[in-house]
Design a binder for this molecule. Structure first.
Ligand SMILES: [Zn+2]
Length: 226
């Protein structure tokens, strides 16, 4: 039995400030649905390791302290979305970061013609973000964010946990300001769409996960009127 919903891709953008838990939720949702989680940061790192010319050019730019331009990021994402594992949908983490990227994604989506774009904003009040980020520790060996349940060693590899050097409160606040300034226009770009949802990320992670699943199911059933 096939319904329209199963033929449509589940195309999700996960947005949220650093510390909002967006990466964790994106990873979990992607795993549970068998969808690729596409993080532009990860992709860029992998492409640099593999020596792709576009990525090396981007790295040179980052090394000079410049931002990677929209065109490069869009090209990388477009290429990734054309791979077979993204046919049934995807979970985007860290993209789009600008309105130009969002417009380019709309164009890619209309070419794919494979279900609506569901945009989730994982919202956490700034004070809670500051508190979370100030507590955040990373593993010295494998670099992953420490699970809050870990006491003094990494649950993944057993490595030593250390507070992130840049996570003092002023730096944290400034990072959040930069995020808010940069992302606001993108959120405004999506906000009026019938497939835009806000989840309260200040709740326990399992609760966020449950609400998020319901919101995505609901949005997927919504006719997108772009
Ligand atoms: Zn580790």
């Amino acid at each position: 039995m096939r319904t329209t919903a199963t033929k449509m891709g589940l195309n999700v953008i996960m947005m949220g400030a650093p510390g909002a838990g967006k990466g964790t939720q994106a990873g979990r949702f992607a795993r549970e649905r068998g969808l690729p989680k596409i993080s532009t940061g990860d992709m860029l790192r992998e492409a640099i390791k593999a020596g792709h010319p576009v990525a090396l050019e981007a790295k040179a730019r980052m090394d000079r302290g410049e931002l990677v331009d929209d065109e490069t990021i869009i090209a990388i994402v477009k290429d990734r979305l054309q791979q077979a594992d993204a046919n049934r949908g995807f979970v985007l983490d860290g993209f789009p970061r600008t309105v130009a990227q969002a417009r380019a994604l709309d164009e890619i989506m209309s070419q794919r013609n494979n279900g609506p774009l569901i945009v989730i904003d994982v919202m956490v009040p700034p004070e809670e973000l500051v508190r979370r980020l100030a507590m955040r520790r990373i593993c010295v060996d494998c670099g992953t964010n420490a699970d809050p349940a870990a006491i003094d060693s990494c649950l993944k590899c057993g490595g030593r946990l250390e507070q992130r050097a840049d996570d003092n409160q002023d730096v944290v606040r400034e990072r959040l300001n930069v995020y808010t300034r940069a992302t606001k226009p993108v959120l405004e770009f999506y906000r009026e769409r019938p497939t835009f949802r806000v989840v309260n990320g200040a709740q326990p992670a399992e609760r966020v996960a449950r609400e998020l699943d319901m919101m995505i199911a609901d949005a997927a059933g919504t006719e997108a009127s772009l």
